[in-house]
Design a protein around this ligand. Sequence first.
Ligand code: PGA
Length: 262
Amino acid sequence: MALSRRRPVVAGNWKMNLLRAEARSLAAAVAARAAEMAGADLILIPPFTALGEVVAAVAGTPVKVGGQDLHWEDAGAYTGEISAPMLRDAGCEFVLVGHSERRTLFHETDESAARKVRAALRAGLRPILCVGETLEEREAGRTMERVGAQLEAGLSGLARGDVERLLLAYEPVWAIGTGRTASPAQAEEVHAAIREALKGWYGNETASCAIILYGGSVKPANSYALSKESDIDGFLVGGASLAADDFLGIVREALRAFEEVK
Ligand code: PGA
């Protein structure tokens, strides 16, 4: 799927939720209405156990599927882990890397995120690299420093062509699952700074085509205003992606804003 900044990309991260039958019916409900949302690119990111159900439910529709995490080795003695080739084999095109819950609850580092990005690319997956500051870092005026460091580490050693296959998600940790969203201006400030950093490292063309999603308590009620910002290219949605109406409501509002300004 060739993603374009002129179309919103909306990814639903279901986290550790939904049994297979529930996942199948949510994916089918999204897929059934995907044709009405043809101006957007939709990605569903279920737990590993439901990948097979979700891939089957969206087959033949434009809806794509991603994994929530991966290991940096392709195979081996890593009990409990899932590799990039396994995700490809299960029908994924995308994979989240470095989500803040992985970083804060499971002690993942910038270094492990970098290894995972490389493993995903090696297997032909498109990584969605997540970055974002904590409340403490924001209040200390260190947002850009933290996000810049996560970005620099996550992208280390990548060629421009690799960077062009990757998506970025800016997710302020204080906005995830808290009901507190960054204001459109706060989000845009960081998105623009990310694009500027990409420009410095990879040139104008790569930077201007880069897809930078926003995540953190996105709902239908705030997605229109966020989508109007020029550097916000779509969303990584957690809680609201668990109900088809909310998820598609976000897509509908993003499309409305994109039609007006992008
Ligand atoms: P949230 O989660 O939408 O529930 O805040 C976003 C995310 O963790 O990707």
